[in-house]
Design a binder for this molecule. Structure first.
Ligand code: PLP
Length: 473
């Protein structure tokens, strides 16, 4: 396709035709685009965590509610002048906290345009364009993640709601098999469902269980190994309606539960396997890492984040369900006359929400701009950067606590107190940002490399800062 550049700046022909409110809106949005672009351009040279002065500046927002309308440009200016410096540069190249992805240029640009569209992606009748893009994105997602072609998908807010939705489908299917309609009757008096999790289950999955009435404390916990992987041979004998929750990508170590083995055990006993792959599922898209998720396609439902390793803006998660009908049956509403439904897939039947923004647009744009090889390279690059962190920290005499196979590094700088002081000083230094954790009793700094924006230079600059700080303490 020929490269399309905006006709002229400013767009003189268009501007001649508009005046008043339309002209004001045009100018406001141009100003917003300019300020946002400048913000991102300058981001890599500022402190990753906002300075104390920038944080103190937030007090300027403590105004009383204006009694009368004010110029929208004032709000934008305040946001940029007070808000921008106080943001955490988590979309820049040297943010390694939690598991935060950045925003790919194509995904961010699509987000801006889709914001202007302001589409409600609940129904085909409300946005044919959004539904088309989501439909194409679905096909591409199943392709790059290696999931069965007939899998159903919901575009949700994040992995927490993706876990919720996948587990809702499991609850539906398992109870239906024993003659109980969970959606119509609720859970009072229902046959019990056993939920099996690894001892390293992510808290968001437990939250999803609690929202579903399955309870976060009545789970059966299976012991894990030194990387946090569920020990498949320690899964208790399964009988009756059972969900086995597998983790693909431990939030600390990046390790994967042995999904193929677990699926075999679970399916032999008629259980449902749900995979929490908030970031780890993307390993499937990188040929050199795909062995980590071998057998993942055997599961029944999967949860992941697009705002993590696909690097689309917040908030964006994805639920996948092998039998689309189970997801639909769990999340659809009862009939309402004004929601005339046609033959088409209605997106709101596959998500907990009814009205929602057209999240699939950014997913489509990310995949459209990266292509298969670009996605593989982005995932692989993050893993290479993580390996480089691990190698340099080890060479400097510090202990890396995990087997770095993905994008997560856990490092101890000595005793817990020293490690905590290093983490605090690194955060204050501002060159990069890393969080802390306690891994199987050991205090550690967590480095998560999850952004397209991280370059080799960012890694070296961050290493220089971390090693300088650790040596001085
Ligand atoms: C394994 C795992 N599951 C679920 C989540 C929750 O994701 P979200 O915050 O996008 O809902 C995370 C977040 O880091 C995670 O690592």
């Amino acid at each position: 396709m020929e490269k399309q550049i905006r006709p002229k700046s400013p767009d003189t022909l268009l501007l001649q035709r508009i005046s008043g409110a339309q002209r004001d809106r045009y100018n406001l949005l141009e100003e917003a685009a300019w300020r946002a672009s400048r913000y991102l351009t300058e981001l890599n040279e500022r402190s990753v965590f906002p300075t104390p002065d920038a944080l103190a500046g937030l007090a300027a927002f403590d105004e009383t509610l204006p009694e009368a309308p004010r110029d929208p440009l004032e709000a934008l200016t305040l946001l940029d002048e007070i808000g921008s410096p106080a943001t955490v540069a988590s979309t820049g190249g040297r943010y390694f906290g939690f598991v935060f992805g950045g925003s790919l240029p194509a995904a961010l640009a699509a987000n801006w345009l889709a914001g202007a569209w302001d589409q409600n992606a609940a129904l085909a009748a409300a946005s044919p364009a959004a539904i088309k893009l989501e439909t194409v994105a679905q096909r591409w997602l199943l392709d790059v993640l290696g999931l069965p072609a007939e899998t159903g998908i919901g575009f949700v807010t994040g992995a927490t709601m993706a876990n919720f939705s996948g587990l809702a489908a499991a609850r539906h299917a398992l109870l239906r098999q024993v003659g109980w309609d969970a959606e119509a009757q609720g859970l009072f008096g229902a046959p019990p469902i056993t939920v099996i999790v690894g001892d390293e289950v992510h808290v968001s999955l437990l939250k999803a269980l609690s929202l579903l009435g399955l309870g976060r404390e009545r789970v059966v916990r299976v012991p894990v190994d030194d990387q946090g992987r569920m020990r498949a041979n320690a899964i208790p004998r399964i009988s009756g309606p059972t969900i086995v929750c597998v983790q693909a990508g431990n939030v600390n170590t990046g390790a994967f539960d042995p999904v193929a083995e677990i699926c075999k055990i679970a399916h032999a006993a008629g259980a449902w396997v749900h995979v929490d792959g908030a970031f780890g599922l993307w390993a499937a898209a990188a040929p050199a890492r795909a062995h980590l998720v071998a057998g993942i396609g055997e599961a029944d439902s999967w949860a992941t984040d697009a705002h993590k390793w696909l690097n689309v803006p917040y908030d964006s998660g994805l639920v996948f369900c092998r039998r689309a009908e189970d997801l639909r049956a769990a999340l659809t509403h009862s009939k309402a006359a004004y929601l005339a439904e046609g033959e088409q897939r209605e997106p709101m039947e596959y998500t907990p929400e009814m009205s929602r923004r057209a999240r699939g647009v950014e997913v489509w744009a990310a995949l459209r701009s990266l292509g298969r090889s670009g996605l593989a390279e982005m995932v692989e690059r993050c893993c290479r950067h993580a390996a480089r962190f691990a190698e340099s920290l080890t060479a400097a005499g510090y202990e890396v606590l995990n087997d770095v196979q993905l994008n997560q590094v856990l490092v101890s700088f000595g005793d817990p107190d020293k490690t905590r002081r290093v983490i605090e000083a690194v955060q204050q230094d501002g060159t990069c940002w890393c969080g802390g954790t306690v891994w199987q009793g050991r205090t550690a700094m967590r480095i998560s490399v999850s952004s397209w924006a991280t370059t080799e230079e960012d890694v070296e600059r961050s290493l220089e800062a971390i090693l300088r700080i650790a040596a001085a303490l």
